[in-house]
Design a protein around this ligand. Structure first.
Ligand code: HAX
Length: 435
């Protein structure tokens, strides 16, 4: 058994009694009341999910296993000559809660490498898609196609003990994660590079191999590592993480759950916002004829967007109430690597003007930028200008967190998710509007 799996097993054994104790002795303890506006308002702030993998503080931003993002980037092992940590190290941290050693990370790198080969039929499914399809729909289908490989399903049919669900789910999850860079880069090759596939290199880690298959050298390997790590997890309630958890709660396998997660990510209020930012910026760039806008012109452009009833993509958040640290990490990368880049100047100017405009408009609860305000600029700078593809990158990263969560869901025996709905009549009665 790998060190990762045996350490995980030990952690699961330690954790199970905590959940059992809570349920047996403290099951009736009240956590909070729920208001009408929460029920009608997308369940904002209702504490009804548990995950130990990450926690989102509205003012501080995300912590992975208790570590802030800057700490994660500082403490995780890095390849020689790289500024960004190995993605495999992050997965180790998410699963076990422990910072891995270099040797532990290399064991995961080898493990992923051994699981990376895609069945031929996945390429055929990708090839069969009509040319104008969105990369996210192809990504979702490619994952779905592999459902027949599910180890968990095969074991379940033979009469699997509930305590052992996590083991085959772990195998499925690692098999899937290891294949995602291959799937994503082939979708890119198929849609935008005449289908010219670059074979993976088994000697490379997750980030470097993805860069290699995208036809990019350094520093795109670090860009990929940074991208996958910053997008990996954002606690349990966001649409993608929640969808993955929800679908898996019916004991659907990780292929069904991850494909569903990807579908949730593909909406413009969630992961697709990264492509919307670029679409919006390119529109502005066209109007400016290549000139950098003045502050006044930028303000006008932002107001025009708001006045036409659209949202400013990349700004606002359902939980965060400050600048997203995922934005800050990427902004610092830009300041270091592309301070004079035209599009970076656009985003920098937006950072200056948008928050005050959103405050003046008085609607958005959070006027600050989120992860998507900055990420596409970096991709564009390194030659990935097909912005429809950006959410696929998000999906590869988000799979790390979602799958780590699903393994733990199985380990702790979390039940089928089934909240209660009520009618508008009942709400009116509860509010005292109707007798
Ligand atoms: N531009 C314009 N208006 C905005 C806004 C923005 N960026 N953010 C919020 N608002 C508006 C809302 O549309 C809402 O208007 P109505 O009352 O007319 O419906 C009002 O302000 C209150 O919304 P809120 O409570 O502040 O925000 P929500 O929790 O409802 O929504 C969203 C959070 C992220 C969906 C929202 O801020 C938004 O649409 N942002 C732009 C799209 C975006 O960047 N999405 C990515 C978010 C991060 C993420 O998940 N990445 O994957």
């Amino acid at each position: 058994m790998s060190e990762l799996k045996s350490l995980l097993y030990q952690k699961i054994e330690e954790h199970r009694p905590r959940v059992a104790n809570l349920l047996q002795k403290y099951g009736d303890v009240k956590i909070a009341d729920v208001t009408v506006s929460q029920v009608l308002g997308g369940m904002r702030g209702i504490k009804s999910l548990v995950t130990d993998i990450s926690y989102l503080d509205p003012n501080e931003g995300i912590r992975y296993r208790g570590y802030t993002l800057p700490e994660v980037f500082e403490k995780l092992p890095k390849a020689k000559g790289s500024e960004m940590p190995y993605v495999e190290g992050l997965f180790f941290l998410l699963l076990t809660g422990e910072m891995p050693t270099d040797a532990q990370v290399h064991e995961v790198i080898n493990d992923f490498s051994n699981r990376r080969i895609l069945p031929r039929y996945v390429y055929e499914v990708i090839d069969a898609y009509p040319c104008c399809s969105h990369p996210m729909s192809i990504f979702s289908s490619a994952i779905m196609t592999m459902q027949r490989e599910s180890f968990f399903n095969r074991k379940y049919k033979t009469g699997l003990n509930k305590m052992d669900y996590w083991d085959s789910t772990y195998e499925d999850a690692l098999n899937l994660i290891a294949k995602l860079p291959e799937i994503a880069s082939y979708i890119y090759a198929k849609l935008y590079r005449d289908g010219k596939r670059i074979q993976s290199n088994p000697a490379l880690d997750f980030g470097a191999n993805f860069a290699h298959m995208m036809g990019k050298g350094k520093p795109y390997d670090d860009v990929s590592r940074m991208y996958f790590i910053t997008h990996a997890d954002h606690e349990g309630g966001n649409v993608s993480a929640h969808t993955g958890h929800l679908v898996a709660s019916s004991l659907s396998d990780v292929y069904y759950s991850t494909s569903a997660m990807v579908n949730g990510l593909a909406g413009p209020l969630h992961g697709l916002a990264n492509q919307e930012v670029l679409r919006w910026l390119q529109d502005m760039r066209e109007k400016m004829g290549g000139e950098i806008p003045t502050e006044a012109q930028m303000k006008q452009f932002v107001w025009d967007t708001l006045n036409s009833g659209q949202v400013i993509p990349g700004y606002g958040h359902a939980v965060l109430r400050k600048t997203d640290p995922r934005y800050t990490i990427q902004r610092e990368f830009c300041l270091k690597n592309m301070p004079d880049y035209e599009l970076f100047k656009y985003t920098d100017l937006l950072y200056k003007v948008v928050p005050q405009i959103l405050l003046d408009q008085g609607k958005a609860k959070n006027p600050w930028p989120n992860v998507d305000a900055q990420s596409g600029i970096i991709q564009w700078y390194y030659g990935i200008t097909e912005f429809d593809f950006y959410t696929v990158l998000f999906g590869v990263g988000r799979s790390l967190g979602v799958l780590a969560n699903i393994i733990w869901d199985r380990a702790l025996g979390y039940p089928l998710e089934r909240p209660k709905s009520i009618t508008t009549d009942m709400l009116e009665q509860l509010a005292g509007v109707k007798k």
